[in-house]
Design a protein around this ligand. Structure first.
Ligand code: PGA
Length: 251
């Protein structure tokens, strides 16, 4: 079996106004050069999705949302439905990012419902899990992550486009990164857990690592068994950094 190319996803969080589409275009040009060696996606704020889809037309960068509602439509002021993201041209969406879990009290059950809504709208959900600093310090990372996956990944997604992202909360935006051994242990357990939930379909789900990924550490991270790519926050905002990550991932 030929291994899938690494999947590199940029999460812009609440950053980016109109002119940032130019930055995305730079990234897309680099992705075009490497198009057979990496799968690349950018998740800008919802307000930029349609402009990015238009601005990057024909270039091999998928555009995604950073969250979606579990509801289809209705009186949910401020929410964006998965179908609306798809309508704007998105092809994927991050759900259950730790910032959503922390600041918006999203539970595993809510994350699972969002993943189902995303999939029903034709979007590929990227389901995020990861332990906190306290859980890590208590040696509970494996148990916490396995429980989150079991409760956040719906059985009904077996065989549908789906990606999982392991992002230790303590590594996000801190410059701290787990050791290769720690990442390997969690990813191995994540694979077993996916196989338990999804059966054989769990084999094909890419498991990304996220948390302080930079041009200088991407190679080492991608070399870890069962790491199928990276979810990149701050280093995806500048074309120079994200392009360097894409290039290193393809080297
Ligand atoms: P970071 O963020 O790369 O800035 O640590 C990763 C994420 O939150 O997805």
């Amino acid at each position: 079996m030929i291994a899938a190319p690494p999947f590199i996803v940029g999460n812009w969080k609440m950053n980016g106004l109109g002119p940032a589409v130019g930055e995305a275009l730079e990234i897309a040009k680099a992705a075009h050069v490497k198009r057979s060696a990496a799968r690349v996606a950018l998740c800008p704020p919802a307000t930029l999705i349609e402009r990015m889809v238009r601005g990057l037309a024909g270039l091999p960068v998928e555009i995604g949302g950073q969250d979606c509602s579990a509801q289809d439509s209705g009186a949910f002021t401020g929410e964006v439905a998965a179908r609306m993201l798809a309508d704007a041209g998105a092809s994927l969406v991050i759900v259950g990012h730790s910032e959503r879990r922390t600041y918006h009290a999203e539970t595993d059950q809510m994350v699972a419902a969002k993943a189902l809504a995303a999939s029903a709208a034709g979007l590929e959900p990227i389901i995020c899990v990861g332990e906190t600093q306290a859980e890590h310090a208590a040696g509970r990372a494996l148990a916490v992550v396995a429980a989150q996956i079991a409760a956040s990944v719906p059985v009904a997604l077996a065989g549908r486009p789906l990606t999982l992202a392991y992002e230790p909360v303590w590594a996000i935006g801190t410059g701290l990164v787990p050791t290769a051994g720690e990442i390997e242990e969690v990813h191995a357990l994540a694979r077993v857990t996916l196989l338990t939930i999804l059966g054989a379909a769990g084999k094909g789900v890419a498991i990304l690592y996220g948390g302080s990924v930079k041009p200088s550490n991407i190679r080492e991270i991608l070399a870890v068994p069962e790491v199928g790519g990276a979810l990149v926050g701050s280093a995806s905002l500048r074309a120079a950094d994200f392009t360097a990550i894409i290039e290193a991932a393809c080297a």
